[in-house]
Ligand binder design. Structure first.
Ligand SMILES: C[S@@+](CC[C@H](N)C(=O)[O-])C[C@H]1O[C@@H](n2cnc3c(N)ncnc32)[C@H](O)[C@@H]1O
Length: 252
């Protein structure tokens, strides 16, 4: 069984810790893209979290259901206006059964990586396909593994550093594609002391990093065909320099 890394206080601070992901600048292109693809058909979010995308997508008139492994995250979603009409289930996205199908299934914010084995990631693709109507779409948003920016001999890379937060990705096992994101939050703001047990809040999220080509093979195993890949939600061209991808597969 996967571990719930979003239990307890991590769920309570999730929205504040990812404030930039909740801005209109981040959310609107995602919702535009997904609403367009849904084309009025119902949608399912794998790993819905606190509803960052599901709530605004629903307010565009799309019927959205969601599932998540963390009941603490779903509890945060439930406290928000508009969540009453979202049907949710607690479960693992590799195995959950919503008991119905959708025109769109989507999994954003690198969350495919939260499944720590290739087997579980393949199972997730198969489960997405099982939940899709014929001609339905599965969408993933994920970073491209950033091994190229590691200096020789190093296994860590700082991906964020400011007055509130320092984030470091450690690539812990290059054979099994294992890594961990380590987060140091300075809740007291820029003037708070940077040392001492109470001044720094620490959190970590392990992940299995995965290349777009490997993900395409997972989709193929699940009977889906690549319909498009872009570098972001505004459909910028995906190239060898892209640091992230938004990928869409289609069922027959
Ligand atoms: C980075 S958050 C993303 C939440 C939301 N999709 C968003 O974009 O804000 C990752 C979410 O994935 C959930 N998660 C992790 N592993 C999961 C699994 N195996 N099945 C379902 N949800 C999972 C976590 O509980 C958490 O809510």
């Amino acid at each position: 069984m996967p571990t719930d890394h979003f239990a307890g206080s991590n769920a309570i601070t999730y929205d504040a810790d990812h404030a930039e992901r909740f801005t209109a600048h981040a959310v609107e292109p995602t919702v535009d893209f997904l609403a367009d693809l849904a084309g009025g058909r119902p949608a399912l979010e794998f790993a819905i979290g606190t509803g960052r995308i599901a709530l605004p997508l629903q307010s565009r008139g799309i019927d959205v259901d969601g599932m998540d492994f963390s009941s603490a995250m779903i509890e945060q979603l439930r406290a928000k206006p508009g969540s009453d009409s979202i049907t949710t289930q607690v479960g693992d996205m590799a195995t959950v059964d919503m008991g119905r199908t959708y025109g769109l299934v989507y999994l954003v914010f690198n969350t495919i990586g939260n499944l720590m084995t290739q087997e579980a990631q393949v199972a997730c693709f198969r489960n997405a396909a099982r939940h899709l109507d014929a001609g339905g779409h599965f969408v993933i948003e994920c970073n491209v593994p950033n091994l190229r920016s590691l200096t020789p001999g190093s296994h860590g890379r700082v991906f964020d550093s400011n007055d509130e937060h320092v984030g470091v990705d450690h690539y812990t096992d290059l054979v099994e594609q294992q890594a961990v994101s380590r987060h140091f939050h300075f809740d007291g703001g820029p003037d708070a002391p940077r040392v001492g047990l109470n001044s720094v809040r620490y959190g970590e999220t392990p992940f299995r990093f995965v290349w777009p080509s490997e993900i395409d093979l997972m989709a193929q195993l699940a009977g889906m065909t690549l319909a498009g890949r872009w570098a972001d939600w505004d459909r910028a061209e995906f190239t060898g320099e892209s640091t992230a991808h938004v990928s869409v597969w289609r069922t027959d």
